[in-house]
Design a protein around this ligand. Structure first.
Ligand code: TXA
Ligand code: MG
Length: 317
């Protein structure tokens, strides 16, 4: 299907080949994953890393996630441990990012990891990412493809709208299935969650057979990138509300809310996974429809709801 964006491409062998050459030269591209769309560059090249930070206007102290095809590829760069293998076996490829210690001969550029002695690694589950990662001999540094502190993109168009023509290749992989960023777990010591996601604290605790907690990122220097203000739709977000004025929008959850023009329901059946997948899309819709503010009802703070509330809280900062 043709689209009106000259930099959005459907996936085929030709574009795969072109993308690989483009990445090898140190350029960056927009790519789909199962969580959100990313802005990808060669993790072994300074030039690519610089471009990512520049395009996103991202503070240099906020490290990037490095994406690999499988654990064998990643073994060259990080020190793996038992907890990693347990979680990898259960959840990968999938929406989880592991913080591990950097190997001495690690080839990932220090500039990609904010000069830390750790590296965040992820194995995305998306057929386009798999085809690409399988065919290159370097991993991809890939943050979400949005300007720093803004909402993550869930479609190729979202990426194109964010950066206009600056990104020459954006591959269309359809709407990002899960719609919310991966769970980030630090495995360099006692496992702790730095960013909640679809893989919940209970899921992780069950596999590791220990209680895994979320740490308050704002109080620690361990995750320098977890800035307080984040996921901002560009208009004020006010959480834990019950109603709102006509010139504002209300994000609702569950069947008890009426169908009103300015009401946006994340899930009529109170399904938290569905709600997570619709959150960013809903932010964008509301902004596009020119409402002044976004009010949000209380979302249950359990399971996937923890990740939704984490994003809402940051968006409301
Ligand atoms: O689902 C996802 O994870 C998406 C897709 C594109 O893969 N990527 C993503 O990347 O959300 P980004 O850059 O938006 O978020 C990366 C998060 C940041 O909060 C960063 O601080 C944290 O991971 N992080 C990266 N490296 C780290 C490290 N070495 N130590 C602690 N936190 C780290
Ligand atoms: Mg991001």
């Amino acid at each position: 299907m043709k689209n009106s964006y000259s930099n959005i491409f459907n996936f085929n062998k030709k574009i795969l080949h072109k993308t690989i050459i483009y990445l090898k030269k140190g350029n960056v591209v927009g790519l789909p994953t199962e969580t959100v769309y990313g802005l990808a560059g060669n993790a072994y090249m300074s030039e690519s890393i610089n471009k990512i930070y520049k395009f996103k206007n991202r503070p240099k102290r906020n490290p990037l996630i490095i994406h690999y095809f499988n654990h064998k590829q990643a073994e060259q760069d990080v020190i793996m441990n038992k907890n990693f293998y347990k979680l990898y076996k259960k959840f990968c490829p999938g929406p989880i990012t592991f913080i591990l210690k950097r190997k001495k001969n690690c080839k990932v550029k220090f500039s990609a990891t904010a000069n830390l002695n750790s590296v965040a690694i992820r194995f995305p589950k998306h057929r386009i990412m798999n085809s690409l990662l399988k065919n290159i001999e370097f991993p991809l540094a890939m943050p979400s493809a949005n300007k720093s502190s803004r909402v993550s993109p869930v479609s190729a168009k979202n990426v194109a709208d964010e950066f206009q023509k600056k990104i020459k290749i954006i591959i269309d992989g359809g709407k990002a299935n899960l719609g919310i960023e991966s769970t980030v777990i630090d495995l360099t010591g006692h496992p702790k969650i730095l960013r909640p996601g679809l893989i919940t604290p209970e899921n992780l605790s069950q596999v590791l057979k220990i209680k895994v907690k979320i740490i308050n990122k704002n109080k620690t220097s361990k995750s320098p990138g977890l800035l307080r203000k984040h996921y901002s739709p560009g208009i004020p977000v006010i959480i834990n509300q019950k109603n709102c004025k006509k010139n504002c929008a209300l994000i609702t959850f569950g069947k008890k809310y009426k169908n009103r023009k300015n009401f946006y329901n994340l899930s009529r059946t109170s399904n938290l996974k569905e709600a997570a997948s619709k959150l960013y899309e809903t932010f964008r819709k509301i902004k596009k429809n020119r409402y002044k503010k976004i009010y949000v009802v209380k979302i249950p703070n359990k399971g996937i709801g923890i990740a939704i509330n984490d994003r809402l809280k940051r968006a409301s900062n």
